[in-house]
Design a protein around this ligand. Structure first.
Ligand code: NAD
Length: 422
């Protein structure tokens, strides 16, 4: 049985992911066999690998690739470069990918990877060297029908191009389907870059509709202005919302009149941060999430909404664009306050959905237009939202628990059909 609260000093993402799962498994009366299978990852690989630095020295880095569950298809999940990456973080992210792929009904299991590195302290050549050697180390696991990485924090289309090239050099022919989130010129998909942010906007529209409200005029606070946050800002502005504050790893800015998104995108593109954006006021990033607003969108890292700040959150809707931004204690506090929380595995599932489209296009070498991508993405998001909303309503459970219910039902049914080997 899950205990009522976590007793960890600092939030550990893996303990949180397992705790969330235990709470949902208790609530859903999950089959004990499936429960014990899903509580642990299927495979965990740790690698320590050398990289030539520009000054002629050799530095050894540590990285991970974790496959959480492969019952419904190959592992799918991003690769993160960050100084705080740990095996526990990667395990949690891999587990969340299992739920996410099942929730949107795409034929993948969950995986994730990461390297302990601050890539901003490396030259582009060093990042390329690190990426190519890390790819070599994890190539015992990855492959277009085994495990397919994608971008995550501090990795992007260029990183995916290097992974794809390295893998292809090893096998002796070009394998576009080994990664998603590649440049379009290499078999990437139209609309992939924008997909996660677009999906978040999509969920917000649905949440507003469920609350008999319009998005127009709502005041939004956004944490994180990278791939997810910036494309979210770009898509949500067409709904007439007012983006009153944005924060990133370097600072936070606010404007009561609303931040000009185009200007913010151009500034961040040029300076690598939102900090010092002209026409805005600097604020202490520590207070960003507690600003008075209607919608709060954490789009950076885990454990941003905790028992320390959840009581002070003013937003009526929290859209979890990041993975794992809310601790279980904070979850409870927000629920008690009546906050409408759109859980990460649903809210940011647009990215993996278009990754799936990219993979399908790579296999058939036949590419779709952005309009076709968006029509298909919208259909999958609508179906997933409806299913989660209905499940939550029917069982009087939170949207987060409903995502577990839907995911577990699909994973269980795959397991029943396959049986247990040997
Ligand atoms: P990114 O590296 O492109 O951007 C991360 C952003 O967060 C940057 O603006 C960075 O400055 C900011 N940030 C980092 N540390 C911060 C801190 N301590 N406080 C405030 N801001 C901070 O990464 P991304 O791809 O946009 O990913 C963001 C989140 O979305 C992650 O949780 C990731 O797992 C999740 N996600 C990403 C995708 C995707 O398609 N890229 C898909 C689903 C979920």
């Amino acid at each position: 049985m899950a205990t009522d609260s976590l007793t960890v000093a600092a939030p550990n993402p893996w303990q949180i992911a397992q705790h969330q799962f235990d709470l949902a498994a208790d609530r859903l009366g999950l089959d004990p066999g499936l429960r014990s299978v899903l509580r642990e990852p299927r495979r965990e690989l740790t690698v320590h690998f050398p990289v030539h630095m520009d000054d002629g020295s050799v530095e050894v880095f540590t990285g991970y690739r974790v496959q959480h569950n492969l019952g419904r298809g190959p592992a799918k999940g991003g690769i993160r470069y960050h100084q705080n990456v740990s095996l526990d973080e990667v395990k949690a992210l891999a587990m969340w990918m299992t739920w996410k792929c099942a929730v949107v009904g795409i034929p993948y299991g969950g995986g994730k990877g990461g390297v302990i590195v601050d890539p901003t302290a490396l030259s582009p050549r060093e990042v390329e060297g690190l990426t190519r050697r890390f790819t070599t180390e994890i190539s015992v696991l990855i492959g277009p029908d085994r495990d397919i990485p994608a971008p995550d924090v501090n990795t992007n289309a260029q990183t995916m191009a290097w992974i794809m090239d390295t893998y292809s050099m090893h096998v002796g022919y070009t394998v576009p389907g080994v990664v998603t989130g590649k440049p379009v010129a290499l078999g990437g998909s139209e609309g992939r870059r924008e997909a996660t942010g677009r999906g978040v906007t999509f969920c917000l529209e649905a949440a507003a509709a469920a609350r008999h409200e319009k998005l127009e005029g709502q005041r939004v606070v956004l944490q994180g202005f990278g791939n997810v946050g910036s494309y979210f800002a770009d898509s949500v502005r067409h709904h007439g919302v007012k983006l009153i504050a944005i924060g990133d790893a370097f600072g936070a800015v606010t404007s009561e009149a609303g931040i000009d998104v185009e200007r913010a995108l151009a500034w961040a593109g040029e300076h690598g941060t939102i900090k010092d954006l002209p026409g805005t006021n600097e604020i202490d990033p520590a207070g960003l999430l507690e600003l008075d607003c209607d919608i709060l969108v954490p789009a950076a890292l885990e454990n941003q909404i905790t028992d320390r700040n959840a009581h002070n959150i003013k937003a009526a809707i929290v859209a979890e664009a990041a993975n794992g931004p809310t601790t279980p204690e904070a979850d409870r506090i927000l629920a008690d306050k009546g906050v409408f929380l759109i859980p990460d595995v649903l809210c940011n599932a647009g990215g993996v959905t278009v990754s799936y489209f990219e993979w399908v296009q790579d296999f058939s070498s036949f590419f779709w237009s952005e309009d076709e991508i968006n029509v298909r993405l919208d259909k999958i998001m609508v179906d997933a939202l409806k299913k989660i909303w209905d499940t939550a309503d029917r069982h009087k459970i939170s949207l987060r628990t409903a995502t577990f219910a839907v995911a577990c039902e699909r994973i269980l049914s795959a397991r029943e059909e396959r049986g247990l080997y040997p």
